[in-house]
Design a binder for this molecule. Structure first.
Ligand code: AHG
Ligand code: MN
Ligand code: MN
Length: 332
């Protein structure tokens, strides 16, 4: 029987055989995976662990924090600050960057994360996740927020962990997308799919339809055409899914294709969208591209956007290539 490949072995091979990742990045990814394991434990305990419900605080986005948003953020900070692989971290749940304290050695990398994605699903026992993105710290002086403002194309690793019926870690280091399932008995992530591919065509779209009246014309046109089905201009029927956890929606798309959209809308016209570029759209955009799909904001490739703010928002259209190109084309 072929032996199982653990995440550890996969990463060692990426380092050794493919020369893709230096040891420091490999160790950093091991720590991120360990944090996800620990968050997964907390998620699994649910009410028994007292982790459900709302905390009495707001984050920098003005959103009420859930207890698990805070717990997951702390787990990631505590696990990653002492290893010597990182210079600083940034999170959806922290206004400024978190510089590795002086008592620990500083590494060459920057880690960004959405510690708990899909917060509205925590209390209702629906899939949620953690999203992460790794950048290299630019050479030179003291680490600053400016160092984080790099385009998504500069990421050196990205991924997410989905806490669903199974806990699955999905990762790219620029050599395709691999999926690892948590084996709770062994306590390790085991490679369960390599070379993940998103089919170029799909008949499934994901968008929060309740916002329809606020959308811009190109998005309305695309969804109207999907809804028209066989009798409409597309000549085929479409199915719809919306989980309200980006991790879970993207996981479905990586598994069987589809298109995900969280576009700009008229509710808050000054904001470019709801989702955050640096720790939601960039890592997910890169994963989707690495699996042969596409990711744009309707005008340009997500990964080409030069960020100006840590918590900047962005319009997101990602998934099966031909559909993303169609929606992007409707914008021009
Ligand atoms: P977060 O829980 O990290 O704030 O992110 C939630 C995001 C994303 O995961 C999801 O696709 C979207 O918000 C859902 O938004 P709606 O509730 O507006 O549908
Ligand atoms: Mn999120
Ligand atoms: Mn979040």
């Amino acid at each position: 029987m072929a032996s199982k490949v653990s995440l550890t072995r996969y990463l060692v091979e990426q380092q050794r055989v493919n020369g893709l990742i230096p040891a420091q990045l490999r160790l950093l990814l091991e720590v991120v995976a360990r944090s996800c394991k620990s968050i997964s434990q907390a998620v699994n305990k649910g009410a028994l662990g007292g982790v459900l419900g709302t905390a009495e605080s707001e984050n920098v986005q003005g959103e009420i924090q859930k207890k698990l948003d805070i717990i997951a953020n702390e787990v990631l900070i505590e696990a990653n600050e002492w290893g010597g692989n990182l210079a600083a971290m940034a999170s959806e749940e922290m206004e400024g960057i978190y510089v590795v304290p002086n008592r620990y050695p500083q590494g060459e990398y920057l880690l960004l994360f959405d510690p708990l994605d899909g917060s509205s699903n925590i209390d209702v026992n629906v899939s949620i996740g953690t999203i992460f993105s790794v950048l290299r710290k630019p050479e030179g002086s003291q680490v600053s927020e400016q160092d984080f403002l790099q385009a998504g194309s500069k990421q050196v690793a990205a991924g997410y962990c989905v806490y669903g019926p199974q806990t699955t870690l999905v990762l790219t280091v620029g050599n395709g997308v691999a999926m690892f399932t948590l084996d709770r008995e062994q306590g390790s992530f085991v490679l369960t799919q390599e070379n993940v591919q998103v089919p170029a065509d799909t008949q499934e779209f994901a968008i929060n339809m309740s916002n329809m009246r606020h959308w811009d014309a190109p998005i309305k046109r695309y969804v109207d055409e999907c809804l028209a089905g066989k009798e409409g201009p597309r000549g085929k029927d479409f199915n719809m899914r919306w989980i309200a956890s980006m991790v879970a929606d993207v996981h479905r798309i990586l598994t069987r294709g589809g298109i995900f959209m969280y576009p700009w809308d008229k509710r808050e016209p000054t904001k470019p969208g709801k989702l955050r570029l640096m720790y939601e759209a960039n890592p997910m955009g890169w994963l989707i591209e690495q699996a042969g799909g596409a990711a744009t904001n309707g005008k340009e490739r997500i990964l080409a956007i030069n960020p100006t703010q840590l918590h900047q928002r962005v319009s997101v259209i990602l998934g099966s290539k031909n559909e993303v190109e169609r929606v992007t084309g409707y914008h021009s």
